[in-house]
Design a protein around this ligand. Structure first.
Ligand code: UDP
Ligand code: MG
Length: 325
């Protein structure tokens, strides 16, 4: 362990009263195994099962390494993690879930990888203990993210991850409301890796994600990484229009070769015209989408680029890290 690296463990909590005692005990145990100062930040995301009281009590104990952040209402897992990032003082920040599906004992392994020089360390769940529906959902999402971002991480859904401080700063500098932290963080990373971790069944209570919340999360993930669906409208429009034109052409040739029977009194021709018009409508929507995508990107106001290092032999401070605004 490098000297003076401080580790912050950030955990969002929503109605996890049943799991908190064990979570806190096992996290403190994991911190004890690391030869570095640690803080555990528990964010209560508007729970109504007494989680906030348990967190406050743990944070108020003498010499406690626990910090409680209590939100006034439920904002969602990723907003809660952002609230934790705001408070994190660590040079290395680790996130995990409160339900003990991610074993806190893996934290030292993640930290080890960060110390080897990676900006982000993800984790892949061995023998994932979730329903087949959730696994299928994750499979599709992981493949899509890999394709769109080009970053070959295998498990974006697992929140047991570690980040270097400058990545957290970059994530915090993004003022957007809906976000999916692993994807956003990766967009600022230069080097990433993954380790295999064990995965347990939920220790107590049920998943906090209803089907609707899950769908909303997937949309956050999609819109967080790309505006391609807006462009897809233009592509669909172009294809429909071209098909319409081709069909019209085909009808004309057949009509000239085989006579009026082929035109079915103009009904087919109407179809060809309709295709072209529908395609044109999609194209127009796609054009609006292109503007919308640019407005969306500007409103999010993410840093334009992220500089990891400036190498300048004359500079006295070559390690300056800056982000373009
Ligand atoms: N969580 C949260 N706010 C929410 C939903 C979830 O802070 O609105 C927390 C929850 O307490 C847990 C983590 O996010 O620590 C992951 O939630 P869960 O285990 O229910 O998700 P799943 O494992 O089913 O994907
Ligand atoms: Mg869980």
């Amino acid at each position: 362990m490098k000297e003076n690296s401080f580790i912050s463990i950030v955990i969002p909590v929503f109605n996890e009263a049943q799991n908190l005692a064990e979570l806190i005990e096992r996290c403190i145990g994991a911190c004890g195994k690391m030869d570095a100062p640690c803080e555990i930040i528990l964010i209560d995301d508007g729970s109504h099962d007494g989680s906030a009281d348990i967190i406050s009590a743990a944070a108020n104990q003498d010499h406690s390494i626990i910090k409680g952040v209590l939100l006034n209402r439920n904002y969602g897992q990723h907003s809660a993690i952002m609230a934790g990032f705001e408070q994190a003082k660590g040079d290395i920040v680790v996130t995990l879930d409160a339900d003990l599906q991610n074993p806190p004992e893996e934290i030292p392994n993640l930290v080890d990888q960060i110390q080897k020089g990676y900006d982000v360390v993800g984790s892949v769940r061995k023998n994932r203990q979730d329903s087949s529906f959730r696994k299928l959902f994750s499979f599709i999402i992981n493949k899509t993210v890999q394709k769109v971002t080009g970053v070959m991480m295998n498990d974006y859904g697992c929140m047991l991850r570690a980040y270097k401080k400058h990545i957290i700063d970059a994530v915090l500098s993004c003022p957007e409301r809906s976000t999916f932290i692993p994807v956003l963080a990766n967009s600022f990373a230069r080097s990433t890796t993954e380790i295999m971790v064990t995965h347990a069944e939920r220790s107590g209570g049920d998943s906090k994600y209803s089907v609707l919340k899950l769908i909303s999360l997937q949309f956050d993930l999609l819109t967080c990484m790309t505006t391609f669906p807006l462009r897809l409208l233009s592509i669909i429009g172009g294809v429909i229009s071209l098909l319409g034109i081709g069909f019209g052409f085909f009808l004309m040739v057949m009509r000239l070769m085989f006579g009026a029977v082929w035109a079915a009194d103009g009904v087919f021709t109407l179809f060809a015209v309709l295709f072209v018009l529908i395609g044109a409508q999609f194209l127009a929507l796609g054009l609006l989408g292109e503007y919308l995508g640019r407005v969306y990107n500007d409103v999010r106001a993410r840093p334009r680029y992220s500089v990891c290092n400036v190498v300048d032999k004359d500079s006295r401070n070559p390690a300056a890290t800056k982000r373009g605004q």
